[in-house]
Ligand binder design. Sequence first.
Ligand code: NAP
Length: 260
Amino acid sequence: MNRVNNKVALVTGGGSGIGRASCCLLAQAGAKVFVTDINQMALDETVEIIVSSGGLATGVHQDVTDEGRWDEVMSLLLDAYGKLDILVNNAGISGVGLPPIEEASLASFQKVTAINLDSVFLGTQKAVLAMKDSGGSIINISSVMGIVGGAGPAYNASKGGVRLLTKSVAVHCGTMGYNIRVNSVHPGYIWTPLVENIFEHVGVDNLTEDGFREMLTEKHPIGRLGVAEDIAKGVLFLASDDSSFMTGSELVIDGGYTAV
Ligand code: NAP
């Protein structure tokens, strides 16, 4: 089970959902986990869950859109652990409630792309600088909405951007001879606070919560929604040497959503 023993992992948005599950699984598999999130209480809870079950974790507040804070977080991490082996660029928002393209403001579009895409540029850049001599694995959480449309222009553009940013940096790292692998993950619908918020904020066609879940489930041929651990298992795979021949790849974990 010690698939990432003694590796140092930084996970953004680690206070909730897919980020929390990834932190916990990486810690169970032997990693020292640096958990960051904009939500201090949530990130403290993740650290507590890991430490109380015998794992190693440190929590640091971070808004991933703040470049200066990225530099501070990397300094804190390197001071604490001396190296970075794994970065999971996970923090993100759904952009729920944004109007359609005809009415959307540029500012509302840029708010979503700043959190979902610009932050991945920043994190990836800092990680490449930290890993270029020692090697590592960068895992960028995109979405099925980075492959097909349907979630609105800002979310689709941000997640599609993450997909190709990942491939671009993977090719660069290979060309430069850095031992850094860079891959994206594309979850289908996972029942996390992000998805619960979609229902709570907009309600969907007067559906009940059960009806909303049913509507989403029908989009997944496998017959269920995902859980955060489904994605964390993919993150652990990409973080570990089990995926040593994968870079620039898109790992689709979507219950068949994009197969239809
Ligand atoms: P989640 O439960 O809402 O967790 C996201 C975490 O990121 C929250 O703790 C959130 O804090 C934090 N965050 C938001 N803005 C931030 C910022 N500027 N800086 C740092 N942290 C910030 O969401 P999730 O469903 O686990 O989603 C994780 C990732 O998976 C996202 O990139 C999402 O787009 C992607 N994804 C999710 C699904 C899905 O169905 N759930 C599907 C495909 C892809 P607050 O709670 O305070 O906002």
